[in-house]
Design a protein around this ligand. Structure first.
Ligand code: HEM
Length: 351
C-alpha cells in the first residue's frame, strides 16, 4: 500500500505541474492513465516505471497508448457489422497493430523485471514483494505464462481504474457539497501533511469509499458483462437455450429505482450502511461469481488512495459549460479529453 500511496502523491504533483495559467488540466485522461499504469505495477512487479514523469517514453508509455488503442478498436469491432470476420478490414488491421505493440512492450517490461528479480535472488518465500515474485516462487506457471498474466492484468487495469477515478472527480465537481463532506472526512482522518496513509486510516475513509461506489453506479466503466449459458433457462417467459450468449446491462441495472431511489442523483450516503453484496444483482459493477473482476480490491485501494490524495490538496471544478459526452470505448470514457480545474486548497483558504 505504501508504494501505491507514493504513486498517488506523485500523481498529485503531476496534476499540479500539468495545470495551465487558469489552473486547468486539459487532458485529465492522460494523467490518470499514467497513474493507473504506475499504480498497478507497484503491485504486479514492485517497480516504478516512471510514467508520471512527463518526459517518460519507451515501453511503459507505449503500453498505455496501445492499450487505449486496443479498447477503442474493440468497441467498433464488437458493435459494427462484423466484416472483419470475412476480410482484414482497416479497423481490424489497426486493432492487430495495437495488440502487437501492447503485447511486445508489456512483455519486455515484465521480462526485464523478472531478470532483475532473479539477479537479486528475490524469488524466495521471505522476499515476495509483488505478484510476479509470488508466482515465480509458487512454481506453478512457466515464465511465459507469468509474463502473459502480468500483461493481461495491465490491460485490465489501465482504462478501468483511470476512467472510474475521472468520473468520480467529475461528479464531485458537480456536487460541491459532497466534495466538501469528502474533504472534511479526509482532513479528519489523514490530516494535512500526512506522509503515509495507514490501513487503519483507510478503514476510516467511509465517505471516500461511498463516493467511489456511487460514481461506479452512475458511470460503471464496464457497461455490461456476458456469459454463455451452459444450460437452458426461462426468463420472464423467454426461453434461452444452452449456448446462448447473454449480456447483463450493468448501467441500466444500476438505475433501478426500486433499489436506488432517485437513481440519477449522486448520493454517496446511500452506500454508508450497506455493502456492495447487499445489492445483489442490481449492482454488477464488478461482475458476479467465479469470473468477477479479479482486480477489484486492487482497483478499490488505488482509487481510495488517489481520491484522498487529490481532494486533500485540491478543490476541483468543472470549467466548461458543455457537459462531457460519455462514450463507450469498450469502457465508458469521454468523447473528448476531460478538462478539470484544480485549485490549491491552501490558497483558497488564505484568500
Ligand atoms: C474500477 C475498476 C474496475 C472495474 C469497474 C472492473 C470491472 C470488471 C468487470 C465488470 C469484469 C467482468 C466480471 C464478470 O463478468 O463477472 C471484470 C473482469 C476482469 N477484470 Fe476488472 N475492473 C476494474 C479494474 C481491474 C483491474 C485494476 C484489474 C487488474 C489488476 C482488472 C482485471 C480484470 C480481469 C483479469 C478480469 C477478467 C476476470 C475473468 O474473466 O475471470 N480489473 N472487471
Amino acid at each position: 500500500m505504501d508504494a501505491m500511496d507514493d504513486v498517488a502523491k506523485d500523481t498529485v504533483k503531476l496534476i499540479a505541474s500539468s495545470r495551465d495559467s487558469e489552473g486547468i488540466v486539459q487532458d485529465l485522461n492522460d494523467v490518470l492513465f499514467r497513474w493507473s499504469m504506475e499504480s498497478v505495477n507497484t503491485f504486479l512487479l514492485d517497480t516504478r516505471l516512471g510514467t508520471l514523469d512527463r518526459d517518460c517514453d519507451g515501453d511503459a508509455m507505449d503500453t498505455v497508448t496501445s492499450i487505449v488503442g486496443v479498447f477503442r478498436c474493440m468497441q467498433k469491432l464488437m458493435f459494427d457489422i462484423p466484416l472483419y470476420k470475412k476480410f482484414r478490414t482497416p479497423m481490424w488491421r489497426t486493432f492487430e497493430k495495437y495488440c502487437e505493440k501492447a503485447v511486445q512492450c508489456s512483455l519486455r517490461i515484465v521480462d526485464e523485471r523478472l531478470k532483475e528479480l532473479n539477479e537479486q535472488g528475490a524469488i524466495d518465500t521471505d522476499k515476495r514483494q509483488c505478484l510476479v515474485s509470488y508466482l515465480l516462487a509458487a512454481q506453478g506457471l512457466s515464465n511465459f505464462e507469468i509474463s502473459v498474466t502480468m500483461m493481461e492484468l495491465m490491460v485490465g487495469s489501465v482504462e478501468t481504474a483511470s476512467n472510474s477515478l475521472m468520473w468520480t472527480l467529475y461528479l464531485l465537481c458537480k456536487n460541491p457539497m459532497c466534495q466538501q463532506k469528502l474533504f472534511n472526512e479526509i482532513k479528519e482522518v489523514i490530516g494535512n501533511d500526512c506522509d503515509e496513509i495507514t490501513p487503519d486510516m483507510m478503514n476510516r475513509l467511509k465517505y471516500t469509499k461511498a463516493c467511489i461506489k456511487e460514481s461506479l453506479r452512475l458511470y460503471p466503466v464496464t457497461f455490461a458483462t456476458s456469459r454463455l449459458l451452459n444450460e437452458d433457462i426461462d426468463v420472464l417467459g423467454y426461453h434461452l437455450p444452452a449456448g446462448t450468449h447473454v449480456q447483463a446491462n450493468i448501467k441500466s441495472l444500476c438505475q433501478d429505482e426500486t433499489v436506488f431511489p432517485d437513481p440519477k442523483s449522486f448520493v454517496p450516503e446511500r452506500w454508508l450502511n450497506v455493502r456492495n453484496e447487499d445489492m445483489g444483482v442490481a449492482n454488477l459493477v464488478w461482475g458476479h461469481g467465479a469470473r468477477m473482476c479479479i482486480g477489484r480490491r486492487l482497483a478499490e485501494q488505488e482509487m481510495y488512495l488517489g481520491l484522498a490524495r487529490i481532494i486533500s490538496r485540491f478543490q476541483v471544478f468543472y470549467p466548461n459549460t458543455a457537459e462531457p459526452d460519455p462514450v463507450l470505448h469498450t469502457v465508458m470514457t469521454t468523447a473528448k479529453p476531460m478538462s478539470m480545474k484544480f485549485m490549491e486548497r491552501s490558497q483558497l483558504e488564505a484568500a
